[in-house]
Design a protein around this ligand. Structure first.
Ligand SMILES: NC(=O)c1ccc[n+]([C@@H]2O[C@H](COP(=O)([O-])OP(=O)(O)OC[C@H]3O[C@@H](n4cnc5c(N)ncnc54)[C@H](O)[C@@H]3O)[C@@H](O)[C@H]2O)c1
Ligand SMILES: O=P(O)(O)OC[C@H](O)CO
Length: 338
């Protein structure tokens, strides 16, 4: 018989709710921590999170709480599913209540403003005794909630942690692969959000399949070039957390980042789009950080620069496309060419 774990999932948005529910279905004790007491009451009473996933019935084993101490105390596993802008603050609070050597898994696909830190790095600083992992992959929460088949990656150097998380989340429609490349898995999840904005914008302009293929493939090349410069293994980008998530997010209106791009492509203002979305589109923040970091490292990232120019400078989409198409002739898959 598999061990029954006591688990807290921090963040009651769409992804937090979905993973919490899978683990509750797998017969673990799961508490979803969220700030909104009406939503917590609704989950406990009606077993639904109507604000995020109104058609997704929740397992009656899944409890919700607005009390962080109550949610975490005694847990051996904690999942972080809050936006990157809140991760450090939440982790600092978690530090007061968490068991030594508990497992903490980040699901957040974003980058911290100061120092270009990924969330596992933030967690390691705030929770130095925790065993840390990262969960990332092509995981549009609404598709998982609709019981569509999906897969993800758990990444940690701690092989036992990987095995525990694989067993926790595995079910008939969700499969978990393992990796030891924490940095590569996490970086892929954060970077692809930027290219999803671009893909959404392109979709709004009615582009064809050749153009879509070019955009996605050159996005992967650009991400990989950046990753190599940061010391990451570009091969990880060929997996689910890299190209897999890039395809999902660049192809689906269920992605918030794609939707931001789609509205931009229709001429809407960014601030208005973000306010109307009401959920986190991490790519908006990541774009600025990525452009700055690429400049500091001297990495050539024409797609990132072009998107930045369209959003934050008076340059039009046509100006940027013109610049990209007449850039110096280049090699394909050049990041592997020595
Ligand atoms: N939705 C997906 O398909 C998906 C899949 C995989 C990973 N992710 C990543 O997971 C993270 C969360 O995504 P999501 O889809 O659940 O986002 P979301 O916007 O649906 O939910 C985030 C939740 O966190 C809450 N929150 C924000 N700041 C908080 C704070 N300081 N304390 C407590 N709660 C706070 C928000 O109120 C919201 O309920 C993102 O980084 C995202 O990239 C999302
Ligand atoms: O809705 P998005 O754009 O944050 O994308 C969600 C997930 O990252 C898809 O894997």
């Amino acid at each position: 018989m598999t061990q029954r774990h006591q688990i807290a999932v921090l963040g009651g948005g769409s992804f937090g709710t979905v993973i919490a529910n899978i683990m509750a279905e797998n017969n673990h004790d799961v508490c979803l921590w969220l700030r909104n007491s009406e939503r917590a009451d609704e989950i406990n009473r009606d077993h639904i999170n109507s604000a995020y996933l109104p058609d997704y019935p929740l397992n009656t084993n899944l409890k919700a709480s607005t009390d962080l101490a109550e949610s975490i105390t005694g847990c051996d596993i904690v999942f972080m599913a809050v936006p990157s802008s809140s991760s450090r603050d939440v982790a600092a609070e978690v530090a007061h209540h968490i068991n030594d050597n508990a497992i903490v898994v980040s699901t957040t696909k974003g980058i911290e403003h100061d120092g270009f830190k990924l969330m596992s790095e933030v967690l390691a600083e705030e929770l130095p005794k925790a065993r840390i992992g990262v969960l990332s992959g092509p995981n549009l929460a609404k598709e998982i909630a609709a019981q569509q088949i999906a897969a993800t990656v758990i990444a940690s150097k701690d092989e036992e942690l990987n095995e525990i998380i694989q067993a926790l989340l595995h079910c008939g429609n969700f499969r978990v692969y393992a990796s030891s490349d924490v940095f590569g898995v996490e970086l892929g999840g954060a970077l692809k959000n930027v290219y999803a904005i671009m893909a959404g914008m392109a979709a709004a302009l009615g582009i064809g399949q050749n153009t879509i293929s070019m955009l996605m493939t050159r996005s992967l090349a650009e991400m990989s070039r950046f990753a190599v410069q940061k010391g990451a293994d570009p091969m990880t980008f060929l997996g689910l957390s890299g190209v897999g998530d890039l395809i999902a997010t660049c192809s689906s209106p269920l992605s918030r980042n794609y939707r931001v791009g789609y509205e931009l492509g229709h001429g809407k203002n960014l601030d208005e789009i973000v306010a109307e979305l009401g959920q986190v589109a991490e790519g908006v923040n990541t774009l600025k950080l990525l452009k700055q970091q690429a400049e500091e490292l001297g990495v050539y990232m024409p797609l990132v620069n072009g998107l930045y120019d369209i959003i934050y400078t008076p340059k039009s989409i046509n100006d940027v496309v013109g610049t990209l198409m007449f850039a110096e002739q280049s090699r394909d898959v050049e990041f592997t060419v020595k």
